[in-house]
Design a protein around this ligand. Structure first.
Ligand SMILES: [Zn+2]
Length: 85
């Protein structure tokens, strides 16, 4: 797969960036692939990586949902335990 820079038409290669976004009231971060030009250094989001990037976002959201569910279950189990006292 060849990626061409829109500025200088040089050859781009895959690079990884960290993307921050807000989900369920939390700041989440995940990996995002971009293409970076070897010649001029221009980086851009390429459609070639859009599926992979979407998966990274979904994974980060999934982890956050699991984390919140675990926290809620922990809280309710503490509430149950203290009710029984
Ligand atoms: Zn370039």
């Amino acid at each position: 797969m060849l990626l061409n820079c829109e500025i200088c038409n040089g050859v781009g290669r895959r690079a990884a960036q960290t993307r921050s976004f807000v989900y369920a009231g939390q700041n989440l971060r995940c990996l995002q692939f971009v293409a970076c030009c070897d010649v001029c250094g221009h980086c851009w989001r390429d459609e070639a990586y859009s599926n992979a990037n979407l998966q990274h976002v979904e994974q980060a959201c999934h982890v956050e949902v699991n984390r919140q569910q675990a926290a809620n279950e922990f809280r309710s189990s503490i509430a149950d335990a203290t009710d029984a006292l």
